[in-house]
Design a protein around this ligand. Sequence first.
Ligand code: GDP
Length: 358
Amino acid sequence: SARDADARLEETAGLALAIGVDVRHRVPFRVRAPKPGTLIGSGQVDQLAQMVRDEDLQLAVFDAALTPVQQRNLETALGCKVIDRTGLILEIFGERARTAEGRLQVELAHLDYQAGRLVRSWTHLERQRGGFGFLGGPGETQIEADRRLIRDRMARLRRELDAVSRTRTLHRDRRQRAPWPVVALVGYTNAGKSTLFNRLTGADVMAENLLFATLDPTLRQVSLPGIDKAILSDTVGFVSDLPTQLVAAFKATLEEVVSADLLIHVRDVAHPDTAAQASDVEAVLREIGVDDTTPRIEAWNKLDLLSEDDRTEMLGEAAHREDIVALSALTGEGVDRLIRTVGDRLTEGHRRYRIALA
Ligand code: GDP
């Protein structure tokens, strides 16, 4: 439907914003019959090329999977860099991956993506065009050499990955013995995880209850009511239709989540698809091996965007539930309650733990 298409375009724009792209236009296209050479029709290509020229734009992001040929043809026709959905998500993973394993997985996925582009873009066209070198790319021998380089690098990465995952298991065992609970923020892209993370770890927030020390930009040590020390972790956002080559990289960037003691599932309740997004997130959590017994709190975010009626309804529902806190990460409303709830859940866990030991 048109609303789904709009929401999807908005999500992609959000992903681009997340890596610092200044998004100037969102251009919805209906692609009825995809063109093998350029995906979109020539009229649409001209329209985009005009925009690129008029405003000196640097980048066009296609919310689709482009074939290597389409990507290169579009770059030539538009006169700017073109990336597709997989390319965009790879950029984000590259920025957010912070564990050694996550970085290696992302690099591996990137090389895999590149290798596919090398092979198909040139061999295809050269065959099609009788070797006239339409794109002016390197010859077959150069491609072979590049492919070999990529294959070697990928083999090396796989070996490093093996070694890293062995050490990681050791580290995790060690951390599990340390008495620090890990609280991970999870949720759909744009749900407000970073905003909430910053608010929870902001120097001005409830100074007497919370003490923060920076461990990593996305990993902070926190003190919560009743809890001496906890680690709060911000993770990469979930997106719809994750390209399959990226699933391993994605899992590696979510490593903290799997071993977390408590999850805060941040939901954008002002989003029309909030229920579908929430079940997507739950499905991914199961897929990456998060135990159903891991306690979670739903943070119903963006309360400030709701109509008075919706707001009253949400607050009413949340008031009856121990595992839901309605809030606005932007205005700060409800954040105190979230902090108390997190503290309660973690101390509950500790109590249970002690009883189990006694
Ligand atoms: P993330 O992708 O989950 O980390 O989401 P961000 O924290 O980057 O937030 C996505 C967008 O939603 C940003 O433009 C935020 O300013 C906005 N946002 C986050 N929380 C709220 C909120 O409580 N209310 C409103 N109105 N906007 C919010």
